[in-house]
Design a protein around this ligand. Sequence first.
Ligand SMILES: Cc1ncc(COP(=O)(O)O)c(C=O)c1O
Length: 393
Amino acid sequence: MTDMNPVYMDHNATTPIRPEVAEVIHRYLGSSFGNPNSIHRFGRETRAAVEEAREHAAALIGAADPEEIVFTSGGTESDNWALRGALAAAGGGGHIVTSAIEHPAVLDTCKVLEGSGIQVTYIRPNGKGRVSADAVAAAIRSDTRIVSIMWANNEVGTVQPIEEIGAICRERGVLFHTDAVQGIGKLPIDVDASGVDLLSASGHKFNASKGVGFLYIRSGVHIEPIITGGGQERDLRSGTENVPSIAGLGEACRIAHEAGTAGPEKTRRLRDKLENEICERIPDVVVNGDPEHRLPGTSNLGFLGAEGETLLIRLDLEGFAVSTGSACSSGSAEPSHVLLAMDLPKEAVLGSLRISLGWGNTEEEVSRLMEVLPLAVERVRAMAPRARAATSG
Ligand SMILES: Cc1ncc(COP(=O)(O)O)c(C=O)c1O
């Protein structure tokens, strides 16, 4: 085990909280503790914080009206709500168009809905993880209630043709939801330009805290609430607001909006440097995903003849945190549903490793990784002759 500080390169799983965000969170964990629904000064103070966060979130995604932002407990709830709420508003029954590479928050929800008679079309992506807008157009039926296609994939980072899909949905009069959990704070997002009606976001993927997010609901779009109770969030999402986390999320949105493309560009350069070095110095490596349409920090690599899981453990011992597949649904040793849907060769699937860079990563860390990775891959390959033999046919 290394004595050096561990290096975090798993930003698609979660991100460290920025100090500015932590400071805001602390404020609302301390003396500013009022219930934002109270009329007195304690309540007014936290209400102001929640509304300010709403404004920052709206500004980040180009929403015309802050009231289009409804705070939730994160990406999973937002995805569930978009799908279930849209179906309920349409009076039940009907058809959903989605893709085979969505996060389980969408996929598993669709599976449950199928059990209650909803029909679902799962569009398969191409070999780079991209869903074709034409395939979406072809899948839409007269009873399609909603199209749900993620902005960017969490495992391979492929960015989807959201504007094209948005235009198709508009033309066909179908609601368009996008899970933008991995895109927010990394890519420019404009709900109007992209024709999105519903958009899911999660705080912990862009340097805010876990257990908070939002659903953007375009003005005029009606979805039914799935959490009922005290009528908070304009009767759309009940439950006393998680003020510290919401305020922190607002601060993260403000920072991301102000930084624009500068932060992501730095991450992209670092990722490209790392990926180029890996491909130059390590034989038999394939890049999974779409090099032309990809999240700036994501590198999903197939180390042919190695087992990704073993490589991950070896790197962890060396002090580097990376991932195989998606850590958000982890615990399972199942091959990634995303890589399988992309129809990649088995060897690329078994040997896949996701390195996701983000705020805080440095060139020095990339150099340190390159000091250990070539040997780690060599050793893991030597340990896994069976993986090679089993997949070389
Ligand atoms: C694309 C995507 N959607 C949804 C989620 C779930 O978000 P949360 O962890 O906030 O529930 C994640 C991450 O876990 C994700 O990567």
